[in-house]
Design a binder for this molecule. Structure first.
Ligand SMILES: CC(C)(COP(=O)(O)OP(=O)(O)OC[C@H]1O[C@@H](n2cnc3c(N)ncnc32)[C@H](O)[C@@H]1OP(=O)(O)O)[C@@H](O)C(=O)NCCC(=O)NCCS
Length: 180
């Protein structure tokens, strides 16, 4: 199933996306914001292919390529992981190529994925973890209706310094307000 927004298409990740994903994940501007959690070494196209194959069979996480409708260019990836059906909760993740930042694409993709999560998947709570210094991401999440929930104090190291993460979340009834 494809998910459409005004300007974007959220579609399944295909093996052919490996090159795009490795260019995204190896961009220093992006690794600076998310790399502190997991990335240390460059990621090869082959590694991306393996990752795509592994994730395609998982039911507890779903990754979608964010594509521009007008020219079919991939601009990012959006993810629901830790999908917990019993407790109706999932963890949102998002990466957009830097030439597309600050144009509202992140907000547009998130709002549509929240709609799918709450209305079609019957989720009740979507949450995320964000580096305390990632002001752009925090602003984007606030625009989508996420609220601050707590701090994971000094949970990751960045450039030799211990940094904290913020936990943010949105509940189904709060999303109703955001949509209006
Ligand atoms: C974070 C990210 C997903 C947001 O997507 P986006 O398309 O750039 O977001 P939007 O354009 O919808 O919203 C960004 C908002 O942040 C604002 N912003 C940008 N830089 C900012 C800063 N330094 N401080 C505060 N706000 C800032 C923008 O002005 C915009 O707000 P506005 O619409 O009120 O003007 C994207 O920038 C990205 O992928 N960054 C790198 C990876 C990353 O950080 N992922 C998130 C990990 S938790």
């Amino acid at each position: 199933m494809l998910i459409h927004t005004r300007r974007l298409l959220l579609r399944a990740v295909e093996l052919d996306d490996a090159q795009f994903l490795s260019s995204l994940i190896n961009d220093p501007q992006i690794t600076e914001t998310i790399g502190a959690y997991s990335l240390i070494y460059p990621v090869s196209i082959d590694e991306e292919r393996k990752w795509i194959l592994q994730t395609q069979s998982r039911t507890d996480e779903k990754h979608m390529i964010i594509e521009m409708i007008k020219n079919h260019s991939p601009i990012g990836i959006i993810t629901l992981k830790n999908i917990d059906k019993r407790n109706a909760s999932a963890h949102l993740g998002l990466l957009i190529g830097q030439e597309y930042w600050d144009k509202g694409y992140g907000t547009e993709a998130i709002i549509e994925l929240l709609e799918t999560a709450f209305e079609k998947m019957n989720m009740r709570r979507i949450w995320l973890k964000v580096d305390e210094e990632n002001a752009r991401a925090i602003r984007c999440y606030e625009k989508c209706g996420f609220v601050f929930e707590g701090v994971l104090r000094q949970d990751h190291i960045k450039d030799g310094e211990w940094k904290s993460s913020l936990i943010m979340s949105i509940l189904r009834h709060e999303f109703e307000r955001v949509k209006i």
